[in-house]
Write a protein that binds this ligand. Sequence first.
Ligand SMILES: [Zn+2]
Ligand SMILES: [Zn+2]
Length: 354
Amino acid sequence: MKIWLVLLLVFATVFAETDYYKVLGVAKNADEKDIKKAYRSLSKKFHPDKNPGDDEAAQKFIQVGEAYDVLGDPEKRQRYDRFGAEGLDSRQEQFHDPFDMFQQFFGGGGQQHRGKPKGKSSLLHLEFSLQDFYNGASNDFRIEMQNICETCSGSGSQDGKVHQCDTCKGHGRVVQTRQFGGGMQQRFETICPKCSGTGNLITHKCKKCQGNRVVRGPRIHNVHLGAGTSRNHVEILEGQGDQSPDWIAGDLQIMFKEKAEGNMGYRRIGNNLYRDEALTLKEALHGGWERQIAFLDKIENTITLSKKKGEVVVDGQVDTIKGRGMPLHDHYDEHGDLFIKYHIIYPQQIRDEL
Ligand SMILES: [Zn+2]
Ligand SMILES: [Zn+2]
């Protein structure tokens, strides 16, 4: 009885390992499109370039490749459906190199996975006041980023010596053989477990970076905010992302955010400016007033509002002052408009004649 149970478990394990439908997460009656879609997303997810040093992901990547090799080929799939893994040709059945398959599927030059990929970009928010957006500004800032260790020039080694990994002979990948039921074998490539795919071993690790080849440290940059730059504009500092000997540094992206405070009572919508202004009932009814309000422009820093005698303003009235909005980013001589919305303050009691 016990033997049977063990046999059953072994059988179940072998079966589970070769259930390509399960590997791709598709139904037995999935069509070609579903299978392609599943392969597309899973092979990207588990690609070793995205999961450096993660053996489990590498295994999954290979399994997904195998599954697609079979299910993506109508003839192989038919044999697999009828006879299971045993039905796949001879015992010598060789799968395609999962990396080549990946390249073929997504296009691109054959050996790309062995070249350096581009690193991720980092995004940083820098805040500026509305007045800065109006006049333009320049800003030095400091940011902590990952840099290649200068002490060891990114080798990770104290004495500069890096030895070739004896397990993979410097390839970073090793070929393993997996046994299936019925004496079937499969050879597949996986990331070398001894050197985590680097192909190198270090005896004396660099003391500065502990053999990591990278350290975090400050970098200083300067960015220029042009007058009239739109809110949330992203400036790209090319190649200023995190550094690593394993990738080409990505970009540092800087998003120009508008500070909540310091807008001097103005609101920006696109190239136009808006402002609320309060009037007494007397001013609103009789006119004949003039006032100066502070403005964002550092040179023409006031705006004069006025009404002639007898000119009435109603509550909620909006006046347009042409050409006193934000400067246009591409044509700094031109400006949007300024809208002034009047609010009338009504007295609690009317004592005097208005
Ligand atoms: Zn190795
Ligand atoms: Zn170092």
